[in-house]
Design a protein. Structure first.
Length: 164
């Protein structure tokens, strides 16, 4: 079984989540940062596709949106997983997740995960630091990455029935 994890990571949090997932998924796994890695992707070659990203300025990264639009119909025929890294909790996190991924992909997914997040001030540019300070009152790195949620997501992906 072959799994493709595609994600965007601005400051490294979604990359951490993708790495933890790839280490805990069964079979062959390729993790690709859509922002950084320059590879020709063909999701058709994979049994499973996992899509993830993080929230910046209230929205998931544009490269993740573009991937979803480009491969939308193909994704409906795959075992699909969706994850989001964000600092918000509860209804706000759910709303951000729902705005990030189309409803038909959410309905078709094997696993969906909210993995918490990080505000890595040390990796932000001046403008980002000012926004985070003003909006969240944060002036130093804060991590709230939910390893348990990532492991539960991996477990759901690993326990799905394999069609032969």
């Amino acid at each position: 079984m072959k799994t493709l994890i595609v994600y965007c990571s601005s400051h490294g949090t979604a990359e951490k989540a993708a790495r933890i997932l790839s280490e805990n998924l069964e079979g062959e796994v390729l993790a690709v940062d859509l922002r950084r890695d320059k590879v020709n992707l063909n999701p058709e070659e994979y049994d499973t596709v996992i899509i993830g990203g993080s929230i910046h300025a209230g929205s998931i990264q544009g490269k993740v949106k573009h991937f979803i639009v480009k491969y939308h119909d193909l994704l409906l025929d795959k075992d699909l997983g969706l994850f989001l890294c964000c600092m918000r909790r509860g209804d706000t996190a759910i709303e951000q997740f729902n705005q990030s991924f189309p409803i038909n992909l959410r309905k078709n997914s094997v696993a969906m995960g909210l993995f918490g997040g990080e505000l890595l001030v040390s990796k932000m540019n001046f403008f980002e630091r000012q926004v985070v300070k003003r909006v969240d009152g944060v002036t130093e790195d804060v991590s709230d990455l939910d390893i348990r949620a990532i492991m539960e997501f991996a477990s759901r992906m690993n326990s799905r029935p394999v069609l032969v």
